[in-house]
Ligand binder design. Structure first.
Ligand code: NAP
Length: 280
């Protein structure tokens, strides 16, 4: 079969990611791979942004069709948008912007990505969830888990952030360092503990993990984190960070183009790039 050659021309649609830093983002891999499969005349680029207001003006002014939003702008970006979808408004965090005829509309697909990955392994209703973290990702996942009827308990390093999120979620919170013994059906790590280059660390003592528990780590660099390694040793059901990453990306593509990409194809693209990085 002849390979389809992608030509960029005056009709090429522009998408991208805004954040700082963004050089290590895998989002261009997700979206350019998907555009190639769709045969869509579109390209996705990474923009390291210093001035958020100017970047948002640029999106409007240049007619950029959609952008992903990453650290540190997921909350701050809200004040620059024209509308928020219901869930993004509730979570108060946006990871996706669609340019709808000049109006910038904010969405949050992080939650969808995480919940879909969890629901592939377990029915969430009524489950006891140990949620680690109180940053942007924990916030999105926490709201989603509550909507699914889970009993969430929050653990975070800093008390102030945990207090704010726990009061919005209506759940208990404790210090991450106090997590010694705690029974739960599910444990989700939404902190950055375990992320490269500090990948020998796990956010929880191994004794918290027990056979049959579903353990999801949303850190995806490395894919096999210390937490997941120990969870496997203890007989837990594990979910790695690529599962959420691929699904939140698929949901972004759906918002922007109306196409639903196969998650396995996105994961294959991600694996290819991560393997290449490892062998460099
Ligand atoms: P964030 O808003 O900066 O929050 C970071 C969280 O990690 C906070 O709860 C912070 O606690 C905690 N933390 C950081 N360093 C720590 C340490 N040394 N010890 C204990 N806690 C620590 O970041 P985020 O956007 O929520 O992202 C969190 C992680 O999720 C990152 O690794 C990111 O790459 C990953 N992520 C993955 C996906 C995916 O699709 N798989 C999507 C989004 C994010 P404090 O409140 O005490 O600072």
């Amino acid at each position: 079969m002849r390979k389809r050659v992608r030509i960029m021309d005056a009709k090429t649609e522009l998408y991208g990611i805004i954040g700082n830093p963004v050089q290590h983002s895998l989002s261009p891999v997700i979206h350019n791979g998907a555009f190639g499969r769709m045969g869509r005349n579109a390209i996705y680029l990474a923009f390291e942004v210093k001035n958020l207001g100017e970047a948002l003006n640029g999106i409007r002014g240049l007619g950029i069709r959609g952008v992903s939003v990453t650290i540190p702008f997921k909350t701050r970006v809200i004040s620059f948008l024209d509308r928020l979808d219901h869930f993004a408004g509730k979570v108060k965090a946006v990871n996706t912007i669609a340019n709808v005829g000049g109006d910038l509309v904010g969405y949050n697909t992080d939650c969808f990505g995480a919940l879909e990955a969890l629901e592939e392994k377990i029915d969430l209703k009524g489950k006891r969830v140990i949620l680690l973290g109180a940053g942007g990702a924990a916030r999105a996942i926490g709201f989603g888990l509550k909507e699914k009827g889970c009993q969430v308990v929050l653990f975070n390093r800093s008390r102030d952030r945990a207090e704010v999120l726990a009061s919005e979620l209506g759940c208990a919170h404790h210090s991450l360092s106090s997590l010694k013994e705690m029974d739960g059906d599910i444990l989700v790590n939404a902190t950055s503990v375990g992320m490269s280059p500090f990948d020998t660390a796990s956010p929880v003592p191994k004794k918290v993990l027990r056979e049959g528990m579903v353990v999801m780590d949303i850190v995806y660099r490395p894919v096999q984190t210390k937490l997941l390694e120990e969870a496997e040793e203890k007989g837990c059901i594990t979910i790695d960070g690529l599962e959420m990453l691929a699904r939140q990306g698929a949901a972004q593509l759906d918002i922007w183009t109306g196409w639903r990409q196969e998650v396995w194809q996105i994961k294959e693209d991600l694996w290819r790039v991560l393997e290449a990085e490892r062998s460099d």
